[in-house]
Ligand binder design. Sequence first.
Ligand code: 1PR
Length: 528
Amino acid sequence: MAPKAVTLLDYGAGNVRSVVNAIGKLGCTVHMAQNADDILNADKLVCPGVGDFGHMMTALNDKGYTAPLKAYLRQDRPYLGICLGLQVLFDSSEEAPGVPGLGIIPGTVKRFSTELSVPHIGWNGLRARQSSRLLNDLTGQEKFYFVHSFHVVPDSDSVVLTFTDYAYAFASSVQVGNIVATQFHPEKSGQLGLQLFRNFLETDAQPNNTMPLHGPATQLAKRVIACLDVRSNDAGDLVVTKGDQYDVREGGEVRNLGKPVELAGRYYQEGADEVTFLNITGFRDFPLEDMPMIEVLKQTSENVFVPLTIGGGIRAFTDKDGHTYSALDVAHEYFRSGADKISIGSDAVTIVEDYLRTGIKTGTSSIEQISRKYGNQAVVISVDPRRVYVTSPEAAPHHVIETAEPGPNGERYCWYQCTVKGGREGRDLDAVTFARACEDLGAGEILLNCIDRDGTNSGFDIELIRAVSDAVTIPVIASSGAGTVEHFTEVFEKTDVEAALAAGIFHRQEVPIHAVKAHLKDAGVEIR
Ligand code: 1PR
């Protein structure tokens, strides 16, 4: 029997809504800690955390939460830390040199040191090192959702509950008495995550040891993402639409493929590893004036327990009354409404153009501000490139590739031009240079669309995807053109992207997500 109430430590950053929704699903009431007494009087404390170690410690200190939290933990009372809620238990972090952590567990937090993509984003497994009721009813085959660039390094392995492998084994959860904490996100790990919350809440249960100790090495799964392009149609209804090479109108009308919240719920049930919403007219409408996407996120996050990304219109804006909102304000609203990641499109192109022209990182761009506060992993860059054919590698001052698909006049070379405003305007910037600069500025992931392939069902543009993913160390999501299950296998076999995204084939129910997964599994691609 799960207890009726838990206290949630909300220090003001990140997506706490998903944690509240997940625990609420189990029939539990969630009290938000408003002051030091709420912490000290809690029966069970859940501390989610997204973002930056330094920011979190500053927020805890500023709110006067540090001392009561330390007191609570030193009394060995039930605590579930998630992500940063795990990391702050340690002495310090490379992410914020000189900032002391809570110092409850001896050890430090270090950045992943690997040639593999960092952040470590996606679904990975657990290897139990000790028995725990937190792992009750799990078999060791399950995967949970991770998103982080830093991991804890305890002084002693005795505190480690599970290890996970990514380049090397790292501690993916810890247990010290009644204190447990996970690097992964149960609130984003579907039904299994809810199971884990239930296990935490059932304090009377004994470990049932269904998960064997010291299982085999775990592997990060390739992700399959469902994307919903959202906009208002001419009648003013918010609809999921889909373009052919970005043209979303058919017979003059905006195509209507369904309702955003309903479709997102369906994709979650069908096994999507993530759901992405793109407000495709976001460059026109300012999200904080026109709030429907915020409502879509709030409603979706009530029932969808996998990561949600939202894009469209994330930039600074001055309204008609002269009030200026920063991109950080917009992102903050989205995170509070249930988003785990925000995606920046047009604004990123302008930022990179300025950065390449001046060579200066101003620290004030949306990419820098949002990644500094919420962590790199929270910032996805959605880029909309289009092929430009040229006759030789020297014909354009860009990253030119030799192509196996010659142009209309037999051109054997091309570069990929970045566009803004949903492909309406081309810029003098190529996608490879752009992606590198975004990484340099702090982006955590690239969502790589391709206007030429969008909606064509002709397969991903492998040449584009390889060029960009070879140029950056952050994860790349391949997008545009998926038409069959084989296209997914092809993109994972021919490039080292971490995720593949599709829209049209899912909306039109031509290819179900489970068929994609089954094909990938047969081909030996690791999936969830
Ligand atoms: O510029 O920050 O306001 O963000 C606007 C966002 O909206 C950008 O991420 C941009 O990619 C997106 N967008 C703008 N116009 C369109 C359009 O279609 N007219 N959609 C658009 C982008 C591409 C993918 C699509 C894949 C897969 N759509 O989202 O889902 O191509 O499609 P497929 O599997 O059917 O081939 P900002």
